[in-house]
Design a protein. Structure first.
Length: 302
């Protein structure tokens, strides 16, 4: 047999060249992370829209508390985190992330009780927009957060003026602050823990932090209602948080933050389909802008 056809092709120095890396591995990871983000955002917004009856019955704080308790319990049963084995640094990361989760969720549900879902999410998006802006720096990619920000402003206008009452808007700004912290801390927790252990620990902390607020509305709860919220807890927050932790392991915080600009658009669509909250021509234009910004940022993100 002709050895020239069977021997491996060595380099001039006799070394075997390394195997060629799969084509566009980074791109594939980013696209996978982007898909997870899209599923997460859809789960959050439609879950929030379907939560309107629960919020009316048990209040925003009571509904949030029940969601966090159910999510923490369900994930702890599945993951079974070794609580006593974690380091002090891991506990600090989980504690900070859990506190930001609780604050973000409590403020968000208090906001959507008072203002339209699309407006609440538009203001809420200022958190990830800030993360993306600081991460992108002053380079040309800053155009994507600017385009997304313009779209968010259009979503917050009903054609006649700005919508929403001051208290609801303040809660939405509180949720935005929590969301920005959540993105940074979720990235850190994803690197500090294996699998979903960091998320499990953080949800336990979040449920504890939300307990004093939930107890304020415990008199409004029923056994049937508590059981019913278990299903909503899967939509918000369990499935979205799990998807986002995995996604942040595959993409940068800058790309993740700007991709979240799709959320106001999804929130407006969910409000229209589930809650019959109308969309004006300006809000439709805002939806187009945030979708375009997300697509551009994902395609050019570092």
């Amino acid at each position: 047999m002709d050895q020239r056809t069977t021997a491996p092709a060595y380099g001039n120095d006799g070394a075997i060249p390394p195997a060629e890396a799969p084509l566009s591995t980074g791109t594939a990871a980013a696209l996978t992370g982007g898909l997870m983000c899209l599923l997460s955002m859809s789960s959050v917004q439609f879950g929030s829209a379907f939560s309107a009856p629960a919020i009316a019955a048990y209040g925003p704080f009571g509904t949030t508390w029940l969601r966090l308790i159910w999510a923490a319990a369900l994930l702890a049963i599945v993951v079974r985190p070794p609580i006593l084995r974690y380091s002090r640094a891991q506990w600090q990361t989980a504690g900070l992330l859990g506190a930001s989760m609780a604050g973000m969720t409590l403020c968000f549900f208090a906001a959507i009780e008072r203002i339209p879902l699309g407006l609440a999410v538009a203001i809420d998006f200022l958190g990830p927009l800030a993360v993306a802006t600081f991460a992108f720096g002053l380079g040309w990619r800053l155009v994507w957060p600017l385009i997304a920000g313009g779209g968010v402003l259009l979503l917050a206008h009903d054609g006649n003026g700005w919508i929403g009452d001051p208290t609801g808007i303040l809660f939405a700004f509180g949720a935005a602050t929590g969301w920005g912290l959540y993105i940074v801390l979720m990235k850190k927790a994803g690197n500090a823990f294996e699998g979903l252990q960091g998320l499990s620990m953080s949800l336990i902390v979040a449920a504890i932090v939300a307990t004093p607020f939930g107890l304020m509305e415990v008199s409004r709860m029923t056994v049937e209602g508590v059981a019913a919220v278990a299903g909503l807890a899967l939509l918000v927050p369990l499935i979205p948080y799990a998807l986002e932790m995995i996604a942040l392991r595959r993409m940068s915080t800058s790309s993740f933050g700007i991709l979240m600009s799709l959320e106001p658009a999804i929130g407006a669509i969910a409000g229209f389909l589930v809650l019959s909250q109308p969309m004006t021509a300006l809000q439709i234009a805002g939806t187009v802008l945030v979708v375009a910004a997300s697509a551009g940022a994902t395609a050019t993100g570092r």
